[in-house]
Design a protein. Structure first.
Length: 355
């Protein structure tokens, strides 16, 4: 049996290699799939000849170097013979369903995709209105034609009767606590995520103004200059790290004292899961996605979207060592119980085989 992989629109091994995600995809996801499948065909949006560590993973390049939107439509026709040899298509995210929809309509190929978060809401928050229109068209088609839909958030189970709850998983051997209980001076706060309005970093800067803290944000995006300017005006030491390879990012969590996720909305954020698996005392906002993961005062603190409440929770963690230790211990245990990547990949692989 063979498996086809359609990544998110525009994705490629080359693109993922810049963040180390190619290593995770190959060593964790594909290694699990290859226990049941003879070959995996990865349909890249770049004209690349990426050499993988698995001889049974075959990269199908965008050999005509077509625009990603055009290629998404034409890909199933260009590689029709390869697709015919595949038993099912595993598609990543809603944008990646474009070629899967074409493959289903014209060649009757079954596909399963993951619905990671409320894509349309994200587009509205970030004022990406053209993207919103595209998603508005694609989403009902993808849900109608898909064999199954993996949803990472229980809040999204209702999008389809075909939904299967499959939260994001964490490599618990990569992300683990360093068992420190004393805070550094100044206290090191950490955020990991795109520099976009959905992440709400501007409000976080307001909430920590005047505190003896240093803030590090790992991520890229449109708001980098704006955030740096705001931090400078308010006297907040802010360091923005553009990119850390995924296979190295665990070290950034070990250097931090407190993790903060002040988002307006989320899906099933891997950064939050990584922080909790690393035993970091955490403050998150009481919004969709985050409130499914954090149980208030058990494995983290939940805050409203008011800067004053986020500040209050950060100060409570700073001043209460016993609370930090309790949250850190419970955070790790909650990840072991619900977000062990190895176990979740077994569930995903079985679902693919049975469909």
């Amino acid at each position: 049996m063979n498996l086809a992989i359609f990544p998110a629109l525009g994705d490629s091994f080359n693109k993922m290699s810049k963040t180390g995600q190619d290593v995770q995809l190959l060593n964790e996801y594909f290694s699990s799939f290859l226990k049941k499948y003879s070959k995996i065909y990865f349909f890249s949006y770049e004209n690349e000849s990426f050499k993988t560590s698995h001889e049974h993973v075959i990269v199908m390049p965008n050999k005509y170097k077509l625009n990603r939107y055009i290629y998404g439509i034409l890909m199933p026709f260009i590689y029709r013979n390869k697709l015919q040899s595949c038993n099912v298509i595993r598609t990543y995210h809603l944008s990646g369903t474009v070629p899967a929809i074409v493959a289903k309509v014209f060649f009757n190929k079954s596909f399963i995709f993951n619905y990671g978060y409320n894509y349309k809401r994200f587009a509205i928050i970030e004022k990406k209105y053209l993207q919103y229109v595209m998603l508005w068209i694609i989403q009902p088609l993808a849900i109608l034609l898909a064999k199954k839909v993996f949803v990472a958030s229980k809040n999204n189970l209702k999008i389809s009767k075909k939904s299967i709850y499959l939260p994001n998983g964490i490599n618990l051997k990569q992300f683990y606590p360093n068992n420190k209980s004393n805070l550094q001076k100044p206290i090191k706060l950490l955020c990991v995520g795109r520099l976009e309005s959905q992440k709400n970093y501007g409000m976080l800067l307001e909430s920590i103004s005047g505190l003896n803290v240093e803030l590090t944000i790992v991520g890229t995006g449109q708001l980098k200059f704006q955030l740096l300017q705001k931090a400078k005006k308010t006297g907040i030491p802010l360091k923005i790290v553009d990119m850390i390879p995924h296979n190295e990012i665990s070290s950034i969590y070990k250097k931090a004292d407190i993790f903060v996720m002040p988002s307006l909305t989320e899906g099933n954020p891997k950064a939050l899961l990584e922080a909790l698996a690393s035993g970091l005392p955490t403050v998150g906002t009481k919004v969709s996605g985050i409130n499914e993961i954090i149980v208030n005062r058990e494995n983290g603190l939940l805050s409203s979207l008011k800067s004053s409440e986020i500040r209050k929770n950060i100060l409570e963690l700073i001043n209460d060592k016993k609370l930090r230790e309790k949250l850190a211990k419970n955070a790790r245990e909650s990840m072991i119980a619900h977000h062990d990547l190895k176990k979740l990949l077994q569930t995903e692989t079985i679902t693919l085989i049975n469909n």
